[in-house]
Ligand binder design. Structure first.
Ligand code: SF4
Length: 465
């Protein structure tokens, strides 16, 4: 398939390739940005954890804890997701403090070979699900000590992995970071990428100093931007690598069968769509309350009332009596149950519909590849769901500050509808590679049914409950 590239033709006259070359040449500026981000991140993480919790009269602009909570969870996280969709993983390569710290540790550490267990492709799925669920159990979005434990724990692990493995590499980011898999998926949609001209590379081009690709990408044969951290260090190498624009669907439609994997599909369907939906749902769900009340009556009638007490440790379950915010054992168990049940129900429904679409496309012999390919068409709706869920805290905090947000519900529906249409259009293009006529149309109907199931979860949360 022909590779379309926007902005690569006239390298010297074009702003994108020149920006890529600037990133390669000005590592000094990049490093100042990176270490400033480390300092900013550590101050946001540590300072609020050492201060008393704010009372009910505190506001974002007059209380440092609320201010950092808003910056961290209300702005930073949702808009990092948006940045990955718009700019690829520039966040990882240029701004991420954990990436900077793990690479620094790797430069000065033991520099051991990367063990096989680290390369297991299931880590992004397991790490994303576990941190999401644990974050809900300890209310990491609300309380600074819980934030410090969750994010600080991840940072310490990133430094330890960097210290032990790789030489100036980001082994943590490539294989273990809990959000690396999510960024990997979202970056497939980015209209920016580093395009590699393999023929030019092999022809030699201009002799240049070797570069260090910290996230261990095989740059010479790189076709997509999912693993690339957009750091620019390879830019211009042998005159074969340049920062370019591309159509946002290109990577998935053209290379999705080749570059996709079953682990990616699982992360998207059961993690980004399923677990995330459960995590954002439970606190507003009438089903959650009904199940909890039913189980509480059962426990009381069976002399198991100790399960209605709290463990008294904030790092196990949310425990802030002064804020009237304490989870008991039953709360914790029902939160985990609710999130996993949502992930299983929505994930299984989505998977079955996609497998039905693959059968209609009559690709029994290559069903796995087609399934992996078609599942990637759900990335826009998955990304939109994550943004809606994460920005829910932004909206909640601004409402407390009396900011007029009456336009938000309509905007949410526009974003959700737009993401569903984007996913459907992508599924149509992907299905067109395997079948034409009515088979393609029926496959689209199956994907459309999956999109309706996913959208209905968000409509329950934002419209019906
Ligand atoms: S391929 Fe590697 S070196 Fe090149 S921009 Fe991406 S992360 Fe940087």
């Amino acid at each position: 398939m022909a590779i379309e590239a926007i902005g690569c033709q006239a390298r010297e006259g074009n702003i994108l390739p020149r920006l890529g070359l600037w990133l390669r040449r000005r590592r000094d500026v990049i490093q100042i940005v990176q270490w400033s981000m480390v300092a900013f991140y550590l101050s946001l993480l540590i300072v609020p954890a050492m201060l008393p919790l704010p009372d009910n009269t505190a506001h974002i602009l007059d209380n440092i804890t609320l201010f950092t909570q808003f910056v961290f969870w209300g702005l930073w996280w949702p808009f990092v997701l948006v940045s990955v969709v718009l700019l690829g993983r520039s966040w990882c390569g240029i701004f991420c403090p954990e990436g900077t710290l793990t690479e620094f540790a790797s430069r000065h550490g033991r520099q051991r070979a990367i063990p096989k267990w680290i390369r297991w492709r299931g880590w992004p799925v397991v790490a994303f699900m576990m941190t999401t669920i644990y974050g809900q159990l300890i209310s990491a979005y609300q309380y600074p000590k819980a934030t410090l434990l969750l994010l600080g724990g991840s940072t310490v692990a990133a430094i330890a992995v960097g210290f032990l493995y790789g030489k100036e590499k980001r082994v943590w980011c490539r294989y273990l970071c809990p959000v690396s898999g999510v960024f990997h998926l979202l970056a497939k949609l980015a209209p920016l990428h580093y395009r590699v001209d393999t023929a030019q590379w092999l022809a030699g081009g201009q002799r240049q100093e070797k570069f260090n690709c910290a996230p261990l990408v095989a740059v010479r044969v790189m076709k997509g931007g999912a693993d690339c951290h957009m750091c620019g260090r390879c830019s211009g190498y042998r005159d074969a690598v340049s920062l370019c624009g591309r159509p946002p669907n290109q990577e998935i439609v053209a290379y999705g069968a080749e570059l996709g994997s079953i682990w990616e599909a699982r992360l998207l369907i059961y993690g980004v769509i399923g677990v995330a939906m459960g995590a954002f749902h439970w606190s507003a769900s009438p089903w959650f309350i009904a199940v909890k009340q039913h189980l509480a009556s059962f426990l009381l009638s069976h002399n198991l009332s100790w399960l209605l007490s709290s463990p008294g440790a904030w790092w196990m379950l949310t425990d802030y009596p002064a804020q009237s915010d304490v989870f008991n054992w039953l709360d914790g168990a029902v939160i985990v149950l609710y999130i996993l049940a949502t992930a299983l129900a929505l994930g299984t429904t989505t998977e079955m519909l996609l497998r039905g679409a693959v059968m209609v496309l009559r690709r029994e012999g290559h069903g796995g590849k087609v399934f992996n390919h078609l599942s990637q068409s759900l990335i826009p709706v998955g990304a939109c769901g994550l943004f809606l869920g994460l920005s829910g805290l932004t909206v909640a905090m601004l409402r407390v500050e009396q900011v007029d947000l009456s336009w938000v519900p309509a905007l949410r529906m526009v974003l959700l509808g737009g993401a569903c249409l984007w996913s459907a259009a992508m599924a149509w293009s992907v299905a067109g590679q395997y079948a034409v006529s009515w088979r393609r149309f029926v496959a689209l109907l199956a994907v459309g049914a999956a999109l309706c199931a996913i959208a209905s979860g968000w409509i329950c949360l934002y419209v019906l409950w």
